[in-house]
Write a protein that binds this ligand. Structure first.
Ligand SMILES: *[C@@H]1O[C@H](CO)[C@@H](O)[C@H](O)[C@H]1NC(C)=O
Ligand SMILES: *[C@@H]1O[C@H](CO)[C@@H](O)[C@H](O)[C@H]1NC(C)=O
Length: 295
């Protein structure tokens, strides 16, 4: 009996600590547009062991579940995902595991997905069952006004500049899959941000974005006008200067090459017009040098 009195509080404390240690971390409330996809990132800490009759009993997770609008999610409660079931709705994909990741992805959102989702872990002993009470709240909206916001704030841009267009909606949602259009033609880009640049006149046009799976829902039009500007002119001046430098460089290389060629007597015996020109040029340069040296 003395043995039990000493042992019990310790075991009880450990059990309590274990129970307290069980957690489920949900993301903040999510708002999403019908037909889109949301991923609910989630982590959990299971009870790994507890003390029974003075012995440590290791626990193993045997079942994980996600339920909709149910506080405990136990027994025969309908679940949207159940690791023991082979008839889970494929719209609900469990991306987690049985160790600590309880991430759930919901595809092709429907109005009935406006709910609070809770995760439950079940271990091979009644002590380890646990449902994260707070849950994650998903709000599914039917239509949402979508807009395009430009990173520059200007609708008139100059050639050579860069700009990012963001497809946004009143409802801030995860992983928006969008399709972009310029003058009603689909662009290859997907994703909520469209990067443009260096801009050319061809980037001008009326831009809209829409949800990939629900193209009826299009954003308001954003008109981008790209005009030739200072950037373009600066670029031209630079190009001209560059070309001039290359010309000078080429002339110098030719001169040096001919000095070498003359030494090897190939230049003198040559009959080409170019070589004659270079000789004249060279002798002219020599004169110039000696003249200035004399002064
Ligand atoms: C959980 O799993 C998802 C999907 O596999 C992954 O993207 C995420 O990074 C994982 N989370 C953690 C905390 O490991
Ligand atoms: C863009 O929209 C404006 C006003 O809606 C219209 O006047 C213009 O012709 C459109 N541009 C193109 C290229 O469709």
């Amino acid at each position: 009996m003395a043995f039990w009195n000493k042992r019990m509080p310790w075991g009880f404390l450990l059990l309590l600590a274990g129970a307290v240690g069980q957690t489920v971390n949900y993301p903040r409330p999510v708002c999403a547009v019908e037909t889109s996809t949301v991923t609910l990132p989630c982590t959990f800490t299971p009870l790994r062991s507890f003390i029974q009759s003075g012995r440590e009993v290791l626990l193993e997770i045997v079942r994980v579940r996600w339920c909709k609008n149910h506080l405990i999610c136990q027994g025969n409660t309908p679940s949207v995902y159940d690791s023991n079931s082979e008839t889970n709705d494929p719209r609900y994909q469990y991306l987690g595991d049985k160790k600590g990741n309880c991430t759930l992805q919901i595809r092709d959102l429907r109005p009935e997905d406006s709910a609070t989702f809770r995760f439950r872990m079940e271990v091979n002993h009644p002590e380890g069952q646990f449902t994260g009470q707070s849950g994650v709240t998903v709000t599914v909206v039917d239509e949402t006004e979508m807009r395009i916001i430009s990173s520059s704030g200007e609708s008139v841009m100059r050639e050579g500049q860069t700009v990012t267009l963001h497809c946004t909606a009143n409802c801030t949602f995860h992983q928006l899959e969008v399709t972009w259009f310029r003058d009603d033609h689909a662009l290859p880009a997907s994703g909520p941000a469209l990067q443009l640049g260096p801009l050319t006149a061809g980037d001008s046009g009326n831009y809209t974005c829409g949800l990939k799976n629900n193209l009826k829902n299009r954003s308001l039009t954003y008109t981008l006008h790209v005009e030739a500007g200072e950037e373009g002119i600066k670029l031209d001046i630079l190009t001209v200067a560059h070309l001039a430098l290359i010309a000078v460089h080429t002339a110098l290389v030719t001169t040096v090459a001919c000095i070498v060629i003359r030494r090897t007597r190939v230049c003198r015996t040559g009959t080409g017009q170019q070589q004659t020109d270079v000789k004249i040029q060279l002798s002219g340069q020599r004169t110039g040098v000696s003249d200035s040296a004399q002064e």
